[in-house]
Design a protein around this ligand. Structure first.
Ligand code: DGT
Ligand code: CA
Ligand code: ZN
Length: 564
C-alpha cells in the first residue's frame, strides 16, 4: 500500500491491525465468525471484511490487486535491510529497475549516488544489505523450521509400517538457523512411504524422489529431506544425518582407531562384520564414549569430553525456576501485568521479572520516572495477592550513547533487577561500542546485560563489539549476561556462552516476552544454552526466588560499599 502511495492513515491502520491480529489470544477463525474481532480496537468495518475474506478464502482481492499492479521483483527489494517502500519506489521510478540483481548492479555503477534522497553512504548501505540478503538466503529461523519439521515428523510417524522416525540435521542439533529439515524413518517398505511423503498437502514441489530418499519443497518455502532405512540401520543413519559433518568425520576417526568402521549403514569390525546397535547411545558405548546430546555435536571438544566421561550435564527447561525480562501494556507488550503473571504461574514459574523499556525508548512507550513509581506500586499490590509467586520489579534500561543509563541511580536503585541494553546508535566503531557497554556494566546497579550483540538473525548482524572484553568485565563485576531466547535473537550466541561459562559469568535465559505466548520462547533459549555447554548452575534463573533475591541483594550491597 505504501508503495502504491495509498493514504498514510490507511497504511498505518493496516499495519496496526496486523500487529493486533498477531497478538490476539485464541483462535482467529472463531473471532471472525463470532464477530468478536469487529469489537477489537483498531479493526474497523473495512479491515474486518478484509480479514474475514483472508480467513475464509486464504486470499485478499485487495492485496492481489495491489500486487498485480507492481512489477513482480519489486516486492523483493523490501527484503533488503534498510530499504523501505518509499525508497523502493523512488529507485524504481528513477532507474526503472525491478530486481535485486539489477539494483546491486546499479549500485556498482554508482547510479544511486546522484539520486535525490540517496547518496554515496546510502548506496553503500544498500550494497551491504544485498550482501546480507544473499548470505542469509536459503536459511530459516529455528522456530519456523521446528514447527514445519515437527508437523512432518508427526505425519510420517502416523504412516503405517513406520517403526521409528526422528528429526535430524541442524534442526536436531538446535542450530540458531537452518537450511532445511532432515528426517529419518525406519521402515521395511520404503516405497509407499516415499509416495505418501511426496503427496503431503503442504508440499509445493517434489525436488527428487528415489527409493530411499525424497526431497520436497513446502509451500512455506523450506525444503525437507526424508531418508528411509531398515530398522537395523536406523540408529546409524540417525547418527550420521544428525551430524554435523565435522562431528561425523571426527567420529569416523575414533571408530578407526578403535578398530571399527563407522558409516551411515552401521558399525563394522574386521571384514565388514556388523555390530548391531539399537540406539545412538549403544553406538557411543561401543566406541567407549558417553552419549553425546545432539546439541553438542559440532566437533567442539565434545568427542574428547565423551571419551573422558567429562560431558557437561546440560541445563533443561524444567531447571528454570522463574523468568526475567518481560514487557507488558505499560510499555510495548501485548498483555497486562496480571495476565503475564498468571501465565508465568500457569507455566510453573515462581517469579517473573517485569522489565519495560526506559524513558528514552519513545518508540516503545518507555516509562517515565512517574510511571516507574506507579508500576512498582501496582506490582506491590499484586504481589500481596500471590502465594508462591512473585513479580520482580525490573527495567530494560537503554544504554545511552556514552554508556550511561537512562535513569539516574536513585531511580535504578528502586528496581529489583536492572537489565541494560543497547537500542540505538548501532553503527559506532567497535572500540567505542565496547567502551560504551563496559561502562554500563560497570554501574553496580546493573544486574544483567540484555541481548548483548543486538543481532536479528537473518536480517541484521550484531553490532561490532569485543564480547570477550565485555565478558571479562561481567566476570569482574559479578554481573550476568542475557541469552535472549527470542528465536530471532538467540543472543548471546552459543559459541560465546561457553566462553562466559569458563569465566564464571552467569547466563540469564530471558524470554524478552512481549505477549503471553512470548513467555514460551524460553525453550529456544534453553536449546541454545545447551548448545553452549551450559549446566544448571551456569544459568541465573535456575535459582530459586530466595537464591535469586540474595544474588540481587549482594549486588546492591556492593554498590553501597563503593559509594560510601
Ligand atoms: P544445514 O545447512 O542447516 O542443513 O545443516 P545440516 O547439518 O543439517 O546439513 P545437511 O542438511 O547438508 O546434512 C545433514 C547431515 O548429513 C549433516 O548434519 C551431516 C550429514 N552429512 C551431510 N553431508 C556430509 C558429508 O559430506 N560428510 C559427512 N560425514 N556427513 C555429511
Ligand atoms: Ca539440514
Ligand atoms: Zn531490548
Amino acid at each position: 500500500m505504501e508503495m502504491k502511495g495509498e493514504n498514510p492513515f490507511k497504511c498505518r491502520a493496516y499495519a496496526h491491525a496486523a500487529r493486533t491480529v498477531r497478538a490476539l489470544e485464541g483462535d482467529l477463525g472463531e473471532a471472525v465468525e463470532s464477530g468478536a474481532l469487529r469489537r477489537v480496537k483498531g479493526i474497523g468495518d473495512a479491515l474486518f471484511e478484509t480479514i474475514t475474506e483472508i480467513v475464509r478464502t486464504g486470499r485478499s482481492a485487495y492485496y492481489e490487486e495491489i500486487k498485480a499492479s507492481l512489477p513482480e521483483g519489486l516486492m523483493h527489494f523490501l527484503s533488503v535491510p534498510g530499504l523501505g517502500p518509499k525508497k523502493v519506489m523512488k529507485i524504481y521510478e528513477a532507474l526503472g529497475i525491478t530486481t535485486v540483481g539489477e539494483l546491486e548492479y546499479a549500485c556498482h555503477e554508482n547510479r544511486l549516488v546522484g539520486l535525490e534522497g540517496f547518496g554515496a553512504r546510502s548506496q553503500e548501505k544498500i550494497l551491504e544489505g544485498i550482501a546480507y540478503l544473499k548470505k542469509s538466503q536459503g536459511q530459516f529461523h529455528y522456530d519456523f523450521a521446528l514447527r514445519e519439521g515437527s508437523a512432518l515428523l508427526e505425519q510420517v510417524r502416523r504412516f503405517k509400517e513406520v517403526a521409528r522416525a526422528e528429526l535430524a540435521g541442524s534442526l536436531r542439533r538446535h542450530k540458531e538457523t537452518v537450511k532445511d529439515i532432515d528426517l529419518v524413518a525406519a521402515s521395511d517398505h520404503p516405497d509407499p512411504l516415499m509416495d505418501f511423503f511426496a503427496s503431503l498437502p503442504q508440499v509445493e514441489a517434489v525436488i527428487a524422489k528415489g527409493e530411499t530418499k525424497t526431497s520436497i519443497r513446502l509451500a512455506s518455502g523450506i525444503n525437507a529431506d526424508l531418508r528411509v532405512v531398515s530398522p537395523a540401520e536406523f540408529p546409524f543413519a540417525l547418527l550420521y544425518l544428525t551430524g554435523s559433518k565435522e562431528h561425523n568425520t571426527a567420529m569416523r576417526g575414533i571408530a578407526k582407531r578403535e578398530g571399527y568402521k563407522l558409516n551411515e549403514y552401521g558399525l563394522f569390525k574386521g571384514e565388514d562384520r556388523l555390530i548391531s546397535c539399537r540406539s545412538e547411545e549403544e553406538i557411543f558405548e561401543k566406541l567407549g564414549m558417553a552419549d553425546i546430546p545432539p546439541e553438542l555435536r559440532e566437533d567442539q571438544g565434545e568427542i574428547e569430553a565423551a571419551r573422558a566421561g567429562a560431558l557437561p550435564r546440560l541445563v533443561e527447561g524444567s531447571d528454570l525456576r522463574g523468568l526475567l525480562h518481560a514487557h507488558t501494556h505499560w510499555s510495548d507488550g501485548g498483555a497486562s501485568l496480571e495476565e503475564m503473571a498468571r501465565q508465568a504461574q500457569a507455566l510453573g514459574y515462581a517469579y517473573l521479572g517485569i522489565s519495560e523499556h526506559s524513558q528514552s525508548a519513545r518508540y516503545a512507550h518507555g516509562l517515565t520516572v512517574d510511571q516507574v513509581r506507579e508500576q512498582q506500586a501496582e506490582i506491590d499490590r499484586l504481589n500481596r495477592q500471590y502465594q508462591g509467586f512473585k513479580l520482580l520489579k525490573g527495567i530494560e534500561a537503554d544504554i545511552l550513547a556514552d554508556g550511561s543509563l537512562d535513569y539516574p541511580d536513585e531511580v535504578l536503585e528502586t528496581f529489583d533487577c536492572v537489565i541494560a541494553s543497547v537500542h540505538s546508535r548501532f553503527q559506532i566503531p567497535r572500540e567505542e561500542m565496547t567502551r560504551r557497554v563496559i561502562r554500563a556494566l560497570q554501574n553496580p546497579l546493573v544486574a544483567i546485560l540484555g541481548h548483548p550483540t543486538g543481532r536479528l538473525l537473518l536480517s541484521r548482524d550484531g553490532y561490532s563489539i569485543d564480547m570477550e572484553a565485555v565478558i571479562e568485565v561481567a566476570a569482574a563485576r559479578g554481573a550476568a549476561i542475557e541469552l535472549n531466547a527470542h528465536p530471532y535473537r538467540l543472543d548471546l550466541d552459543w559459541r560465546l556462552c561457553r566462553r562466559a561459562k569458563e569465566r564464571g559469568v552467569k547466563i540469564a535465559i530471558n524470554p524478552d516476552a512481549h505477549s503471553l505466548d512470548g513467555l514460551q520462547d524460553t525453550i529456544y533459549g534453553v536449546g541454545i544454552a545447551r548448545k553452549g555447554w551450559l549446566e544448571k548452575s551456569d544459568v541465573l534463573n535456575t535459582m530459586t526466588l530466595k537464591e535469586l533475591e540474595a544474588w540481587l541483594a549482594k549486588r546492591k550491597r556492593r554498590k553501597n560499599t563503593i559509594t560510601q
